[in-house]
Design a protein around this ligand. Structure first.
Ligand code: ADP
Ligand code: MG
Length: 637
């Protein structure tokens, strides 16, 4: 038989960058390499178990699935072996030569320079295998796919310096064996107690048994009058993890530390979770759920394509990592496990899409998570919920649109900046707002803008300020979106402060005065409208303004100017609806406008100037800024 020469290949550029980083910059927390390799081995075993459901021959008569870890002090090597799914040669090149995941660039960019944090990031980005090079300067992978002939094995070797080599091999054992030639100074990873403690810290809950292989010297007892025999080396396998999926154990037997460790394992987060909920449901639908809310948002929270978060198991067998069908999108920050007793093992994504069991589990899980958040919101420690809101509020705001049935319950969790608090921090709930509503006030008022400052200083709010009516200040891009799905809260209409005509429950005298102003200025207003022509939908006397001369508002059912800008920025070419210009008849500039009535050019300048400055104040852009400046200068001199 002709023996093929090993072939050398270069790593993908991103891999080279990553390796460089692993080798030269990460010094602390190196032990996580073992967590990564063990987790890959456990994944490979899960995959085998899953594929074998429909093809039992993949077990090759060896159905006991295990991971082995074997240190060798003489050779200074550490070997991690599994009898999982293994890899074909193509898969080796794909998986251990490139990074298929799109997040690498983001990963490299998000490195903080803080050793400990960066090391933890490695796991999050799914580039775990390469962490082997943190402790090894030579790595050998021998692997053969389950069910394939022994001759189809592959040996992959690399020193982590830009290239790797591939060689055909005959491997009797299926699965993957990774041998690390440890660097100088990394001897601790050959020590039994050190390895045990790492496994217990990071991999205890993994449901596959992990065995540590120990070589013990055994000295036979020396009998009287006999020469002592040379010590015999005995090879012992010792299980190093408890290998029961944590969620299958009764709650009362699980400590907070164990819950936290399991969370870290499944989420690749390095911080403890904020809260969790562990439930075993029996009856018509039987399942166990263990759901966690993290403390911090992951870097790719807004990447809606990445839908990993809640893992689906069927009778303790891992099926898929796919939160899409298990939880709605607005809860995509939740991590955890759902283990069903009722689903078939060969369940596919298609089946999940329209499955009663999944629907039941999903509905109940959403309720549990909402319940968890409500509990934090009630916590005496207010900071806890504020921190949560800061991390996940913008995602939660997708809720009313996506989960119509729970829209009010979700909205109850919302927090806003408001004219009442006068700070940018989002701390005011709808319930807080309602408790402060004025007598006779029927609506909940809000204003949307591009920034907190723009919202706070909107001229449209002047009348609200003088009447001491609170207005919620919304400046997240997503605000315009959810608010169109939540038209009321607890029977109170949500009303934009910059839309429609305003009625702040004024008293009779005030109403009379306003009517009078309208009548008195009707002619003038009509003339302004004629002058501005196509630029406006309407011009009217304002009831909102006290200190500004003018503002623009949208018609009750038109999109706000702010929303139009968002849509246009998102590439949706919306026909811009025209603004309504409101003028303050008690402002000095209004008097100047009035005074210029005889001179058409000056009157047009004033009319345009009032419109343009109102657009600017609202955060909009002028179509013709040069003319605005020219007019203003003309009127200033
Ligand atoms: P991730 O585990 O996030 O996919 P890794 O860098 O840890 O990223 O591993 C890359 C890929 O290499 C895995 O997705 C898997 O396909 C393959 N792989 C790694 N270790 C093993 C193993 N022990 N058995 C089979 N495949 C493996
Ligand atoms: Mg991995």
């Amino acid at each position: 038989m002709a023996v093929a020469e090993p072939k050398t290949h270069g790593f993908q550029t991103e891999v080279k960058q990553l390796l460089k980083l692993m080798i030269h910059s990460l010094y602390s927390n190196k032990e996580i390499f073992l967590r990564e390799l063990v987790s890959n081995a456990a994944d490979a075993i899960d995959k085998l178990r899953f594929e074998a459901v429909s093809n039992e021959s993949l077990y090759e008569n060896e159905g006991e699935l295990k991971v082995w870890i074997e240190p060798n002090k003489e050779q200074r090597t550490l070997t991690i072996r599994d009898n999982g799914i293994g890899m074909s040669q193509e898969e080796v090149m794909e998986n251990l030569g490139t990074i298929a995941k799109s997040g690498t660039k983001q990963f490299l960019e998000s490195l903080t320079g803080d050793q400990a944090k960066d090391a933890h990031l490695i796991g999050q980005f799914g580039v775990g295998f390469y962490s082997a090079f943190m402790v090894a300067d030579d790595v050998v992978v021998k692997t053969r796919r389950a069910g394939a002939a022994a001759e189809t094995g592959t040996v992959w070797t690399s020193k982590g310096e830009g290239e790797y080599s591939i060689e055909d091999a005959t491997l009797e054992n299926r699965g993957t064996e990774i041998t690390l030639h440890l660097k100088e100074g990394e001897e601790e990873f050959l020590e039994e107690h050190r390895l045990k403690s790492i496994i217990q810290t990071y991999s205890d809950h993994i449901s596959t048994p992990i065995f540590l292989i120990i070589h013990e010297e055994k000295q036979e007892e020396v009998k009287e009058g006999e020469e002592p025999k040379p010590a015999e080396i005995v090879r012992k396998e010792e299980q190093a993890n408890s290998a029961t999926a944590l969620w299958t154990r009764p709650k009362s037997e699980i400590t907070d530390e164990q819950y936290a460790e399991t969370y870290k394992q499944i989420s690749h987060d390095f911080e403890d979770p904020l809260v969790w909920s562990h439930n075993k449901v029996e009856g018509k639908t039987e399942y166990t759920s263990l759901l966690y809310i993290p403390k911090k948002a992951p870097f790719d929270l807004f990447n809606r394509e990445k839908r990993e978060g809640v893992k689906l198991y069927v009778r303790r067998i891992f099926i898929m990592d796919d939160a899409e069908h298990l939880l709605p999108n607005y809860l995509r920050f939740v991590r955890g496990v759902i283990d069903s007793n009722d689903l078939p093992l060969n369940v596919s994504r298609e089946i999940l899409q329209s499955n009663k069991t999944i629907d039941t589990i999903r509905t109940a899980s959403v309720k549990r998570i909402l319940g968890l958040m409500e509990k934090i919101a009630k916590d005496e420690d207010k900071q806890k919920y504020n921190d949560f809101w800061e991390q996940f509020g913008r995602v939660l705001k997708e809720g009313p649109a996506e989960d119509f049935a729970n829209r009010e319950r979700v909205a109850k969790l919302f927090r806003f900046a408001s004219t009442h608090t006068g700070t940018e921090a989002q701390t005011v709930s709808f319930e807080d707002y309602i408790s402060r509503m004025k007598e006779g006030q029927e609506s909940i008022y809000y204003i949307t803008a591009d920034s907190y400052a723009a919202a706070k200083n909107s001229p449209q709010l002047e009348a609200f300020a003088s009447k001491e009516v609170e207005v919620l200040l919304l400046s997240d891009p997503v605000d315009e979106w959810w608010i169109s799905y939540l038209t009321e809260f607890e029977g109170k209409k949500l009303q934009s402060a910059s839309k429609g005509a305003l009625d702040l429950g004024n008293d009779e005298a005030e109403k009379e005065k306003q009517e009078k102003l309208k009548d008195e200025n009707a002619e003038l207003i009509k003339k302004v409208k004629e002058t501005l022509g196509e630029k406006v939908k309407d011009v009217r006397v304002s009831l909102r303004l006290t200190s500004s001369p003018a503002c623009i508002v949208a018609d009750e059912h038109d999109m706000s100017a702010h929303m139009q800008r968002i849509m246009n920025a998102a590439g949706q070419n919306m026909p811009m609806s025209k603004p309504i210009l409101e003028l303050n008849p008690e402002h000095a500039l209004f008097a100047r406008l009035k005074a210029s009535e005889g001179n058409e050019t000056v009157f047009a300048d004033w009319s345009n100037l009032l419109l343009d400055q109102a657009i600017l104040a609202e955060g909009g852009q002028l179509e013709d800024p040069a003319s605005f400046v020219k007019r203003m200068n003309g009127l200033l001199v």
